[in-house]
Design a protein around this ligand. Structure first.
Ligand code: AMP
Length: 501
C-alpha cells in the first residue's frame, strides 16, 4: 500500500476537516489537500518525467508546500529524499548524486543553491511559486499502487562523522512507524494539530502520517521554524498542539513559558527525543507544563521507533524507580524487539552495558547502494544502533552515549552524560556538553563546554558539585564557557566539533 493512502482516506471520509495551516490560517481542507497532491503528482509524472521508484529530493525549510511535495512524491510512487536545508551546496550535490535524484523540489531562497549543486533547472519545481500553484490545479493522477517493500523515503543520516548514508525506508516501515505512534506514544483525533517546529526533513515530518490518518490539522509556523514565543501564541490560537521537539527545544520552550508566566494550556503532547533529555530539565518542564510529555528513542535506521517512555510513567513520581525511569528512554515499542549485546552479539546480563540492537517492522531495508555498510549494520538480522545502553529488569532501556563519545581516561570508561547531568544541577549552568581531550598521561581527560545562565560559575564550585555526585576521576579537567554549543540542524550537539575546539 501507498503511505499517501492515509491522506486519500481522510479526504474521502472527512473532506471538510481543516488539513493544512500556515500559522493559525487554514489554507486547505482535506478534500482540497488531496486534490492538490494528486495534481502535483500528475505534474511530477508528466512534466518532470518521474516514474515510480525514481528519487525526488525536497530541499526546503519548513513550509506548508513541503507536505504537498512529500505526498505528491509518494502519490506518484516515487521515493522522497528529504534534504536538510542547511546543507552546503557541495553536500547537497553529494546527496543528489548518491541518491540519483534528478528532480529537486526546492524553496525560492534555496533555488540558486540547488542549481549550484547541479540540479537540472528544468526539473526544479519551486514550492509556493506561481508555477507550483498552477501545477496544484492541474490534471490529477490516481494514487500509485505501491508494494510494501517499495522504498518510499530515503533519509540521509545527519553525518556528524563521515559521509552521510541514505537510509532506505519502505512503505511498510513508514506504516509500521505510524501505527507505533498509536500503540506507544499517543492517541490522536481530528481536532488535534501537529505543529512543525522542528525540521520536516527529519522526525517531525515523519509524524505527519499519524495526523493524516486521523484527519488532524497540520500547522506550519509562519516563521517556518522553532520560535518559543510563536509556539506559545499558536497554542492559544490553534490549540491542541502536538509537536516533536529535540530536548534543547523543550528547554527553550519551557524557559519562555516560565518567564512569561504561561503553562501548558493549548499544548496536547510534546514528544521529545533525538538526544538526551537531562533529568533536571524534564522536572522543570513537567512543573511548568504538566503532563504533556512522551519520550521516544529512534534513529534514521528505525525511525522514531525503538523505545518510548509513556506520559504516565513520566509523571509517576511515586514510583520507587521514578528517577531511573525518567533518565531512561522507556521500553521497546510494541512492533520491535530490543536487546543489549556485547561485541559478539551475545546478550549481556540485565543492568550491564552493551550495544543496543533492534529488530522489527520499522527497521530500514538497508543503506542505499551501500551493501557493505548494510551488511555490517544489519548483521544477523539485527540493527546495530551504535548506541550504548543497558536494560533493567522491567525492560527500561537507559542510554549511556554513542559508543564513539565514551571517554576513556586512565583506562576507565567515562560516560559524558553522567557528568553532564551533574553539572546541570547548578542553577547557573544552562547547557553543557562533555567530551574527551587527548592527554599524554591519561589517554583522554574530561573537558566540559558550558553555557551560562547569568555569570559563569567558578571552577572550584563546579569541582565541588562533581565531587559530591560522581567519582573523582570523572571530574572535568577543564571548564570552557561558550556563548552557545555547536548543533546540527536537528538540534544535536556536534561533539566532533567540540573535540576539534
Ligand atoms: P538520527 O538518526 O539523526 O535521528 O540520530 C539518532 C541518534 O540520536 C540515536 O542513535 C541516539 O544516539 C540519539 N537519540 C535519539 N533519541 C534519543 C533519546 N530519546 N535519548 C537519547 N539519545 C537519543
Amino acid at each position: 500500500m501507498n503511505i499517501s493512502s492515509l491522506l486519500a482516506r481522510s479526504a474521502q471520509r472527512q473532506p471538510e476537516r481543516p488539513a493544512l495551516l500556515r500559522g493559525d490560517r487554514v489554507l486547505h481542507d482535506y478534500r482540497q489537500l488531496a486534490a492538490r497532491v494528486a495534481a502535483l503528482a500528475g505534474h511530477l509524472r508528466t512534466r518532470c518525467a518521474v516514474a515510480p521508484g525514481d528519487r525526488v529530493a525536497i530541499y526546503s525549510a519548513n513550509c506548508p508546500e513541503y507536505l504537498e511535495a512529500q505526498h505528491a512524491i509518494h502519490w506518484c510512487g516515487a521515493v522522497a529524499v528529504p534534504v536538510n536545508y542547511k546543507l552546503h551546496a557541495k553536500e547537497l550535490a553529494y546527496v543528489l548524486e548518491n541518491s540519483g535524484a534528478a528532480v529537486v523540489c526546492t524553496s525560492p531562497e534555496l533555488h540558486d543553491g540547488a542549481l549550484a549543486a547541479g540540479a537540472d533547472p528544468k526539473r526544479l519545481p519551486v514550492l509556493g511559486s506561481a508555477a507550483w500553484e498552477a501545477a496544484a490545479q492541474g490534471a490529477p493522477i490516481a494514487l500509485h499502487d505501491a508494494a510494501p517493500e517499495d522504498v518510499a523515503w530515503l533519509f540521509y543520516t545527519s553525518g556528524t562523522t563521515g559521509r552521510p548514508k541514505g537510509v532506505a525506508l519502505t512503505q511498510r516501515n513508514l506504516l509500521a512507524m505510524t501505527m507505533a505512534y498509536f500503540t506507544d506514544v499517543d492517541e490522536v483525533d481530528a481536532r488535534d494539530a501537529m505543529v512543525y517546529a522542528a525540521p520536516m526533513s527529519h522526525g517531525a515530518g515523519l509524524y505527519n502520517y499519524v495526523h493524516m490518518l486521523r484527519a488532524a490539522r497540520h500547522v506550519v509556523p509562519a516563521s517556518g521554524g522553532f520560535d518559543p514565543a510563536e509556539l506559545a501564541d499558536l497554542a492559544r490560537s490553534v490549540g491542541r498542539l502536538s509537536l516533536f521537539a529535540a530536548p534543547t527545544m523543550v528547554h527553550r520552550l519551557v524557559a519562555h513559558l516560565q518567564r512569561s508566566g504561561l503553562g501548558g494550556q493549548g499544548f496536547k503532547t510534546i514528544v521529545y527525543g533525538g538526544g538526551p533529555m537531562y533529568v533536571d530539565d524534564l522536572r522543570r518542564a513537567i512543573a511548568v507544563m504538566g503532563q504533556k510529555f512522551v519520550q521516544i528513542y529512534g534513529q534514521g535506521e528505525s525511525p522514531m521507533t525503538i523505545t518510548a517512555l509513556a506520559r504516565e510513567q513520566i509523571v509517576d513520581t511515586d514510583h520507587p524507580r521514578w528517577l531511573d525511569r525518567i533518565a531512561s528512554v522507556g521500553v521497546a515499542h510494541a512492533c520491535v524487539q530490543v536487546r543489549v549485546a556485547d561485541a559478539h552479539d551475545r546478550d549481556v546480563p540485565t543492568g550491564e552495558m552493551g550495544e543496543v540492537l533492534v529488530r522489527g517492522e520499522t527497521v530500514m531495508a538497508g543503506y542505499w547502494n551501500n551493501p557493505e555498510a548494510t551488511a555490517a549494520t544489519l548483521r544477523g538480522g539485527w540493527l546495530h544502533t551504535g548506541d550504548i545502553g543497558s536494560l533493567d529488569a522491567d525492560g527500561f532501556l537507559t542510554l549511556r552515549d554513542r559508543s564513539k563519545d565514551v571517554i576513556i581516561s586512565g583506562g576507565s570508561n567515562i560516560y559524558p552524560r553522567e557528568v553532564e547531568e551533574v553539572l546541570l544541577l547548578h542553577p547557573r549552568v544552562s547547557e553543557v556538553a562533555v567530551v574527551g581531550e587527548r592527554d599524554d598521561d591519561w589517554g583522554e581527560v574530561v573537558v566540559a563546554f558550558l553555557v551560562a545562565d547569568g555569570e559563569p560559575v567558578p571552577d572550584a564550585e563546579l569541582d565541588a558539585l562533581c565531587l559530591d555526585h560522581i567519582a573523582r576521576f570523572k571530574r572535568p579537567r577543564h571548564y570552557r564557557w561558550v556563548e552557545s554549543l555547536p548543533k546540527n540542524a536537528y538540534g544535536k550537539v556536534l561533539k566532533t566539533e567540540l573535540r576539534r575546539w
